[in-house]
Design a protein around this ligand. Structure first.
Ligand SMILES: Nc1nc2c(c(=O)[nH]1)N[C@H]1C(S)=C(S)[C@@H](COP(=O)(O)OP(=O)(O)OC[C@H]3O[C@@H](n4cnc5c(=O)[nH]c(N)nc54)[C@H](O)[C@@H]3O)O[C@H]1N2
Ligand SMILES: Nc1nc2c(c(=O)[nH]1)N[C@H]1C(S)=C(S)[C@@H](COP(=O)(O)OP(=O)(O)OC[C@H]3O[C@@H](n4cnc5c(=O)[nH]c(N)nc54)[C@H](O)[C@@H]3O)O[C@H]1N2
Ligand code: SF4
Ligand SMILES: [Mo]
Length: 701
């Protein structure tokens, strides 16, 4: 492979350089502003934009290697048609016209029977609003295809925040620099929220205390002042114990509770049932550790100093994940932490953005379709959905799956079922991809997609509050095309004549926020801030129905749910099943982004190989030594991998960092062979970190 950073001819070396402003497309809260240097039509350098405050000129290790990904020798650059058996990954090149004409014919035939038999499957391979659902949503709405419930990551937390704070809103990330106590809760910030970590480091230098709450001793935990390695799925109990201590010791802002919250007396009554000793037993923590954290909180409260909570999605991937987020989200109101700059909580900031969803996604087109009220398929149970025979209460069997911006064969739970579904001979699968992923292996047509350097897009962020515009820096590689182009072409071939199918990508970028964002500024600077106050809820004003922080949610109560945050045990609590006594979590590896970057050599070399972290005591009890090949199993499946005996895993919990491609696994499986399709309490989300397994020593490799 030629080195993408070196000019490949003398002429290229002499060609003038230009720089192009873009946005990191990946599913990461930081949404960095990118500066690409282009010479002779080739991207030769990529760096973080020093003029964008959250980015501050810094990129993570992964995206620092983005050019290696863009110019990867295995980039897909031409349309491919399946020639081998389903799932074998054998293809032959075809022209775009041949591929699109055939896909059109297949979709037309299925739609004539029932368009709901066609299912889009997409997530956040790009978080861009244009290459995400911009043109795709219009296409599927007009077609009358099944709707997709996009729950795979964040919907438990989203419903919880909606109920408590009124939306995905919270402290602006830069104000964490002013916090004096930061709880890093369910977040491996160094790996997955690096630009928040920078602000946390600023706070630390100014004397702040950092506490990490995570079952795994991550590199983030190593760098905090304290680490509470609780059992997965026990966060609500911990939150209640902290609230208990606040009420018992009087670390309570009664004025804030009276004026800006709903239901604090009920919350107090519930919290009083959770003394630290009770929570300690549930969480698998020493009582003293919980009391010590409560004392830190109390001391900060008494000094009138800001307490910030960086809550993250890692703690809502268990059965009670939604209620756990609710419980934690009550704490800042009890303390009146929202009053101060650097006080409050941040899980997601995406609710601040005025996305013009109706203009961009055109749900009105459903009424032009043969199926104005299609069913909804939950992406988190795609395995079961693909295998469902169809029926009166379900609708038609799925006959076509169109996958873009996602790799369900690797990332969806219980992947044995997903793959079994994808191998159905009577399923027609189209995959838009940059690489031949596990999902791509199962395509009937595999269509080459552009990367962020090759197309327009516009971005919100779930970690800061700026809008970013991404300009194309280079021409599409080979015959790669943006997702929008593919859906425009399919719309045209299917005879959809609404003018919105003619909108080009720059027009879609403009439509995403309409007049709410200064587009000229975006064209000039690449980013523009939203007008979000630094202390948004100092005087209440939450976007809930009551305008207050809803500790008790009448909305959830009206749905028959508990109005207060509930402490719910896992579907598969640690130690409950003697056959599968270990709790497995599978958070992301630092050098991958979900299953993206797994094929980038420098990053893969940094991660080594798929493995399972296991505590020395659990290993010894099973005769396992470091480096052994082990079999991890439960009733859903088995997965062979290498053991890493380490105290990064706590006793009773094993960790399979992800998300490797299945085909990189010893037996062609990854951790999702073991995870279940059971859903969370709120938001219909997956329970990746609620997974009981057993481990035994296998054959030494
Ligand atoms: N390097 C890197 N960065 C990423 C990603 C990536 O794959 N790699 N993925 C991106 C995406 S899609 C997302 S959603 C975010 C995810 O980032 P986060 O929202 O931070 O979530 P996770 O990485 O899933 O988990 C974070 C931490 O939560 C811990 N955890 C697991 N179970 C529990 C629990 O029950 N309670 C508590 N308190 N902690 C628990 C895990 O051990 C992990 O260290 O990061 C994004 N950024
Ligand atoms: N066991 C376990 N499973 C998990 C998780 C976990 O922590 N543990 N995390 C879950 C979470 S939080 C998430 S968000 C999901 C993530 O699941 P996905 O959203 O499926 O994320 P990726 O695995 O990164 O796959 C994205 C794919 O999109 C492709 N892509 C990128 N840009 C474009 C584009 O412009 N066009 C097209 N057509 N394709 C593009 C990339 O090449 C990549 O293969 O995984 C979930 N699965
Ligand atoms: S993955 Fe996150 S930290 Fe890395 S460049 Fe993209 S937005 Fe920034
Ligand atoms: Mo995610």
């Amino acid at each position: 492979m030629t080195n993408p950073t070196q000019p490949h001819t003398v002429a290229a070396a002499l060609a003038p350089e230009t720089t192009v402003l873009g946005a990191c497309p990946h599913d990461c809260p930081d949404t960095c502003s990118l500066v690409t240097t282009v010479r002779d039509g080739r991207a030769v350098h990529l760096r973080g934009n020093p003029d964008h405050p959250p980015t501050a000129g810094v990129l993570c290790t992964k995206v620092s290697r983005y050019l290696e990904r863009v110019h990867h020798p295995q980039r897909l650059t031409q349309p491919l048609k399946r020639v081998g058996p389903k799932g074998a990954g054998q293809f032959t090149p075809v022209s775009w016209d041949e591929a699109l004409d055939d896909i059109t014919a297949r979709l037309r035939a299925i739609a004539a029977r029932d368009p709901q038999a066609i299912v889009p499957y997409s997530y956040a391979g790009t978080m861009g609003l244009v290459q995400g659902e911009g043109m795709a949503a219009r296409f599927f709405h007009r077609l009358g295809a099944s709707l997709l419930d996009r729950t795979i990551c964040a919907s438990a937390g989203a419903v919880a925040l909606q109920a408590t704070l009124g939306g995905k809103v919270g402290m602006p990330v830069h104000t964490f620099a002013d916090s004096r106590l930061i709880l890093i809760w369910g977040s491996h910030s160094i790996a997955s929220n690096l630009h928040f970590w920078r602000y946390a480091q600023q706070a630390k230098r100014a004397g702040a205390t950092l506490v990490c709450i995570d079952p795994r001793r991550t590199e983030t935990a190593d760098k905090c002042d304290a680490h509470l390695a609780l059992l997965p799925g026990t966060d609500a109990a911990l939150a209640y114990a902290l609230i208990h201590e606040c009420f018992v010791h009087g670390w309570v802002d009664h004025d804030y509770l009276q004026r800006h919250t709903v239901g604090w007396e009920a919350l107090r009554a519930r919290a009083l049932q959770w003394p630290p000793a009770r929570a300690a037993a549930v969480c698998g923590l020493p009582e003293a550790a919980i009391k010590a954290l409560a004392r830190d909180i109390g001391a900060c409260f008494e000094r009138g100093e800001p307490i910030g909570i960086r809550l993250n999605y890692g703690m809502q991937r268990t059965r009670g994940g939604g209620n756990a987020v609710r419980a934690v989200a009550c704490l800042p109101a009890v303390l009146g932490a929202w009053r101060r700059r650097g006080g409050g909580l941040l899980l997601s900031s995406s609710g601040w953005y005025p996305v013009q969803r109706d203009a961009l996604y055109r749900p009105d087109l459903l009424s032009h379709s043969p199926c104005p009220q299609p069913r909804t398929i939950n992406m988190s149970t795609i395995g079961d959905a693909l295998l469902h025979p169809g029926g009166a209460d379900w609708g038609p069997r799925i006959e076509a799956l169109i996958v873009y911006n996602s790799n369900p064969a690797a990332v969806a739970p219980q992947s044995g079922r997903v793959v079994q579904g994808l191998r159905r001979d009577d399923l027609f699968t189209v995959v838009l991809e940059q690489f031949q992923t596990d999902t791509a292996d199962h395509a009937d047509y595999l269509l080459p997609a552009t990367t962020q350097l090759e197309h327009w897009d516009i971005h919100l962020s779930y970690g800061h509050t700026d809008v970013l515009l991404n300009r194309p820096a280079i021409a599409p590689l080979g015959q790669a095309r943006p997702n929008t182009w593919v859906f425009r072409e399919l719309a045209r071939r299917l005879g959809f004549d609404e003018p919105c199918f003619d909108d080009d990508d720059l027009t879609l970028c403009r439509q995403a926020f309409g007049e709410a964002v200064d587009f000229e500024r975006l064209l000039r600077d690449g980013w523009a801030p939203l007008p979000v106050p630094d202390v948004p809820f100092a005087e209440g004003g939450f976007p809930t129905p009551s305008g207050k922080c809803e500790l008790f949610s009448a909305t959830l109560a009206a749905q028959g749910l508990d109005g207060l945050p509930e402490v719910l045990p896992n579907h598969e609590p640690a130690g409950a099943d003697p056959r599968h006594p270990l709790a497995m979590i599978s958070p992301p590896a630092r050098h991958f982004l979900n299953s993206t970057f797994v094929n980038v050599k420098s990053l893969r070399d940094a991660e080594g190989e798929p493995c399972l972290e296991i505590h020395p005591d659990d290993a010894a009890a099973r005769g396992i030594t470091d480096g052994d090949i082990v079999e991890v199993f439960n009733d859903r499946g088995r997965h062979r991998t290498r053991a890493r005996v380490t105290t990064r895993a706590r006793p009773g919990v094993v960790v399979g960092l992800g998300i490797w491609w299945r085909k990189d696994g010893l037996d062609g499986t990854n951790v999702n062979e073991l995870t279940s399709q059971a859903l969370t309490d709120l938001g219909r989300a997956p329970t990746f970190y609620d997974c009981a397994v057993q481990v035994r020593r296998g054959v030494t490799a």
